[in-house]
Write a protein that binds this ligand. Structure first.
Ligand SMILES: [Zn+2]
Length: 231
């Protein structure tokens, strides 16, 4: 999708700020050039597509991230993928350290075990939990109550709404934590871009999910891939 078309899509969806990342940064920079007032850049640790597993092996990713950070303005690292004890690998720990040094959010496509390990490594870390970890809502709420520096990305969580209505339990969660949820697009797949306009998003004070009826509320995903317009 051409960058001008992607930006037009985000604007038609009412998105005022989109955290965006992409493997090797190319897509992020194109969107940033097109709409610097809208795009909030994040840095992917991936140098190309297909590094979801391999980024944790070897030792080249931290150097790549640090080199990019010298040149690029960004607010987050991610989206990256790591689960359970993978969060104890040296590359992962170093990336958490780099995020702390640069005060960056970590956009983690991770299970609870990996998220907990991030907070053990850096109690002040700020984590955007991609897809809410694909965890059931009660566990998501427990994590939100436990960790004040945890935000929830809703990408691909399609069960949040049906027939234009947000599920009452999720509505209650949004009302309990009105500033802790982020709408995500998971837009590494071009097909996802066709769902973005189905989102009804209101960014009144921070990012709040519209409380009105929303046609087929694709409360699916964002950042990072960061508007997570990710990857
Ligand atoms: Zn993901």
């Amino acid at each position: 999708m051409p960058p001008e078309k992607a930006i037009a899509t985000l604007r038609r969806a009412g998105i005022r700020h989109a955290v965006v990342s992409s493997a090797n940064d190319g897509g992020t920079l194109m969107l940033l050039r097109e709409a610097p007032e809208l795009v909030v850049p994040a840095l992917s640790p991936y140098r190309k597509l297909g590094e979801m597993k391999s980024w944790l092996t070897g030792d080249s990713v931290p150097a790549h991230v640090e080199a990019r950070l010298k040149k690029a303005r960004c607010v987050a690292l991610g989206e990256f993928h790591a689960y359970g004890a993978e969060a104890e690998l040296p590359v992962f720990k170093r990336v958490v350290e780099i995020a702390r040094e640069h005060r960056l959010y970590l956009n983690a496509d991770s299970d609870r075990g990996a998220v907990e390990r991030i907070f053990e490594q850096d109690p002040d870390a700020r984590v955007i939990w991609a897809h809410a970890g694909l965890e059931p809502l009660d566990r998501v709420l427990a994590m939100l109550r436990k960790h004040t520096n945890l935000w929830i990305d809703l990408a691909v969580r399609r069960q949040i709404a049906s027939n234009g209505e947000v599920h009452p339990d999720w509505r209650a969660a949004f009302e309990e934590f009105p500033d802790r949820f982020i709408v995500g697009t998971d837009s590494f797949s071009v097909a996802r871009w066709h769902e973005v306009e189905g989102m009804q998003i209101r960014c009144a004070s921070g990012c709040r999910i519209c409380r009105r009826r929303s046609p087929s509320a694709s409360l699916a995903r964002t950042p990072q891939h960061c508007s997570s317009s990710k990857r």
